[in-house]
Unconditional design. Structure first.
Length: 138
């Protein structure tokens, strides 16, 4: 996976906590999903999109419908990770957030997280708001 030319890329940094590792001090596979969610919210924040406003005032949310994660090298306790995230696909049905997780110059993980938009009251599927679709246009 490579970052498309012209794509807006948000970068988030996180340090692997001891609680997120196993006895060998390798980060548990489920922790990557939590970090990727943090990176998606940070991406939206950097682009001026208030996720909290979406939920509290508009009654909408983004639900994960697919997660593809390729683990290449394990992160370890106290590693400083850099998550690079961009929108790889945006249309009325879904947004796909693409991410690279790096430790220095080492590529640890690639991920594609696809979300749909739902109305919180009743959990019904709705079209992606145009403001979100516009974030994916290069």
């Amino acid at each position: 996976m490579r970052i498309p030319d012209g794509a807006y890329v948000a970068t988030a940094k996180v340090r692997v906590c001891y609680v997120d590792t196993d006895r060998a001090q390798v980060m548990h596979h489920s922790t990557y999903l939590r970090y990727l969610e943090m990176a998606r919210v940070e991406y939206l924040r950097e682009r001026g999109f208030d996720f909290r406003h979406l939920e509290l005032e508009q009654g909408l949310s983004l639900a994960v419908v697919e997660a593809t994660v390729r683990y290449r090298i394990g992160a370890r306790f106290d590693d400083e990770l850099e998550l690079k995230t961009w929108i790889g696909l945006a249309n009325r049905a879904k947004l796909r957030f693409d991410s690279l997780i790096m430790r220095g110059s080492d590529l640890l993980t690639t991920a594609q997280i696809t979300v749909c938009c739902i109305k919180l009251e009743g959990n019904s599927l709705i079209s992606m708001p145009s403001a979100l679709i516009a974030l994916g246009r290069v």
